[in-house]
Design a protein around this ligand. Structure first.
Ligand code: NAD
Length: 502
C-alpha cells in the first residue's frame, strides 16, 4: 500500500501539463494571447509553494476583451453560423476536453488542491458533460408564431417571436471547482449565441486558461470566448462596470454577489447570481443509517467542504443522535487526508492560506464560545493549507458556526425531535441553496421538501450536479439558475415581430 503524502511531488509532471504551469502570464483576448503587464502568483496548496504566475488583468485588458466580445457578437462567423454549426463547435470542444481530461484534472489538482479522482470525475468529467448537454441546445431554440386579432380596419396580422442572444456575458467564477464552474457559465451562453468574457478566480485560473487553448483548437471564431485572469477588485470590478457587458453571470460569495447586484441594478445589466449556502442534511431514525452517515459525511467533507451546496448542518432525530455522533467521530478519523496526487486520498488541503485562516478563525470562535469542536487531526505544523475534518456539537441556532458559510470541512451537528421545529431550523438562515433528507417515509419526503426554502432537495443520496437539472438558490443564495434549460433561457431575450399580411 502506498502511503499518503502531504505534499504533491511535482518532479514528474508530464510535459503537456508542465507547459500550462510554465506559461508566461497572459490573457486570451480576441483569439490571441496577450502578454500580461502584471502577474499574480500560483500557489500550490499542498506545500504552500509558489509554482508559477498568471496574468493580472485590469481595466485595460477587460476593455480589450469586452470590445473583442462585442465585435464577435455581430461578426457573421458567429452570428450567422447557424445552430448546427454552433452545436458542432460545442461538441468539438467537449471532445477536446475529454481527450485532455487527465492533463486538465492534474492541473486543477495542483492549482486548487483537490484530489485527482475528484478533479477527473467531477471537475473535468462534469465539464465534458455540461458542454455535451448544451451542444444539443442551439437547434432546439425556437420562437413562436401567433395569430393576431388586429384592431378593426387594420387588416390581417401575424405575430412572431424570435429568441436572440442576450449579448456579451461577463462570467465571473470562484476557485472551488475551477473548470466546471467556468463551464457552467460558458456552455449555456455559447449555446444561446452569446459571446463571453470569463474572469476566473485569482486562486485557480490555470484550467480556464488551458480551456481557452482548447476553445481556439475547437474552432470558435476569435473573440467569442475571452479569458482575463486577475483580482476580483480589479479585473472583476472592471468587468462588472463595463458598459459593453449585457449580462453578468456570477458564482461566488454572497458579499461579492451583493456588491455586483448593486452595480448591475444601476446599469440594468441582466444578472444571474449563484451565491453561498448553509445547507442542512436531515437524518431521521427510519433512514438506512449506514448509507446516511456516509452520505452526510461526504456532503461536507467532499472537496474539503469547499462546495456551495455542502451539507454543513446535520440535523439528527433524537432517538439516533448519540449513535450518529459516535459513528461520525470514528468516521472522520478514517478519512484519508493528503495531497491530491497521492493515491487513496479523499480530502485535500484548502485552496489557499487565506481560506485556511477563514476556517480556523471560525473554529477558534466556536471553541472560545464553549462549543465542542472535535477535529480528526492537527495540521497546524504543515506548510500545506490543511484543515482536518471537524465536528461541532452543541451550537445554538444563532451561533455564527450555524449561520455563516464556512466553506471548509466543518460539520455542525444538531438534535431534533419535532418535524415543524426541524423545518424552521433548516430554513432559519439567510441562505437557501440546497438540502438533503434521509428517511424512508415518502409522505414526509414530500411534506418537508415542499416546506424547504431552497433551490434543490436531494433524498436518500449524496447530491451531484446533472447538466439537465437547474442549480441555484432561494433567498440569500442568489437568483437565476445555472444548468438545465433555465441557464440557456437566461442567456436569451425575446424579440416580437408584428407583420401586416396584405
Ligand atoms: P468570491 O466572491 O470571493 O469570488 C468569486 C469570484 O468573484 C472570483 O473570481 C473573484 O475574483 C471575483 N470577485 C471578487 N470580488 C469582486 C468584485 N468586487 N467584483 C467582481 N468580481 C469580484 O468567492 P470565492 O471565495 O472565490 O468562492 C467561494 C464562494 O462561492 C462561496 O461563498 C460559495 O458558496 C460560492 N459558490 C457558489 C456556488 C453556487 O452554485 N451557488 C458554486 C460554487 C461556489
Amino acid at each position: 500500500m502506498t502511503s499518503i503524502m502531504l505534499e504533491n511531488d511535482l518532479t514528474h509532471i508530464p510535459a503537456s501539463v508542465r507547459r500550462w504551469l510554465d506559461r508566461a502570464p497572459a490573457h486570451f483576448i480576441g483569439g490571441e494571447w496577450v502578454a500580461s503587464r502584471g502577474s499574480l502568483p500560483v500557489v500550490e496548496p499542498s506545500s504552500g509553494r509558489e509554482i508559477g504566475a498568471i496574468g493580472k488583468g485590469g481595466v485595460e485588458e477587460i476593455d480589450m476583451a469586452v470590445t473583442a466580445a462585442r465585435a464577435a457578437l455581430v461578426a457573421p462567423e458567429w452570428r450567422d453560423a447557424g445552430p448546427l454549426a454552433r452545436e458542432a463547435v460545442l461538441h468539438r470542444l467537449a471532445a477536446l476536453i475529454e481527450a485532455r481530461a487527465d492533463d486538465l484534472a492534474l492541473l486543477d489538482c495542483i492549482d486548487n488542491g483537490m484530489p485527482l479522482w475528484l478533479a477527473r470525475g467531477i471537475d473535468v468529467g462534469g465539464t465534458v458533460d455540461v458542454f455535451r448537454y448544451y451542444a444539443g441546445w442551439p437547434s432546439k431554440l425556437a420562437g413562436r408564431t401567433v395569430e393576431v386579432s388586429a384592431p378593426p380596419g387594420m387588416g390581417r396580422f401575424r405575430g412572431m417571436t424570435r429568441r436572440e442572444p442576450v449579448g456579451v456575458v461577463a462570467a465571473i467564477v470562484p476557485w472551488n471547482v475551477p473548470l466546471m464552474m467556468a463551464a457552467w457559465k460558458l456552455a449555456p451562453a455559447l449555446a444561446a449565441g452569446c459571446t463571453v468574457v470569463l474572469k476566473p478566480s485569482e486562486e485557480a485560473s490555470l484550467s480556464a486558461l488551458a480551456l481557452a487553448e482548447l476553445v481556439q483548437e475547437a474552432g470558435f471564431p476569435a473573440g467569442v470566448v475571452n479569458v482575463v485572469p486577475g483580482l476580483g477588485s480589479e479585473a472583476g470590478d472592471a468587468l462588472v462596470r463595463h458598459p459593453g457587458v449585457d449580462k453578468i453571470s456570477f458564482t461566488g460569495s454572497t458579499a461579492t454577489g451583493r456588491a455586483i447586484a448593486r452595480e448591475a441594478g444601476g446599469s440594468l445589466k441582466k444578472l444571474t447570481l449563484e451565491l453561498g449556502g448553509k445547507s442542512p442534511t436531515m437524518l431521521f431514525a427510519d433512514a438506512d443509517l449506514d448509507r446516511a452517515i456516509i452520505g452526510a459525511a461526504n456532503a461536507i467533507f467532499l472537496n474539503s467542504g469547499q462546495v456551495c451546496v455542502a451539507g454543513s448542518r446535520l440535523y439528527v432525530e433524537d432517538a439516533i443522535y448519540d449513535q450518529v455522533v459516535e459513528r461520525l467521530q470514528a468516521h472522520i478519523r478514517s478519512i484519508p487526508v493528503g495531497a491530491g496526487m497521492s493515491e487513496g486520498v479523499f480530502m485535500g488541503p484548502l485552496v489557499s492560506a487565506r481560506q485556511r485562516e477563514r476556517v480556523r478563525s471560525h473554529l477558534d470562535a466556536a471553541r472560545a464560545g464553549g462549543l465542542s469542536v472535535d477535529a480528526a487531526a492537527d495540521y497546524s505544523d504543515t506548510s500545506g493549507f490543511y484543515v482536518a475534518p471537524t465536528l461541532v456539537t452543541g451550537a445554538p441556532h444563532d451561533a455564527p458556526v450555524t449561520q455563516e458559510e464556512i466553506f471548509g470541512p466543518v460539520l455542525g451537528i444538531y438534535r431534533f425531535s419535532d418535524e415543524d421545529e426541524l423545518v424552521a431550523a433548516a430554513n432559519g438562515t439567510d441562505f437557501g441553496l440546497a438540502a438533503s433528507l434521509w428517511t424512508r417515509d415518502i409522505d414526509r419526503v414530500h411534506r418537508i421538501s415542499d416546506a424547504l426554502q431552497c433551490g434543490k432537495v436531494t433524498v436518500n443520496a449524496g447530491g451531484f450536479p446533472y447538466p439537465g437539472l437547474p442549480e441555484g438558490g432561494y433567498k440569500g443564495s442568489g437568483f437565476g439558475r445555472d444548468l438545465g434549460p433555465d441557464a440557456v433561457e437566461q442567456c436569451l431575450q425575446t424579440k416580437t415581430l408584428l407583420i401586416h399580411v396584405s
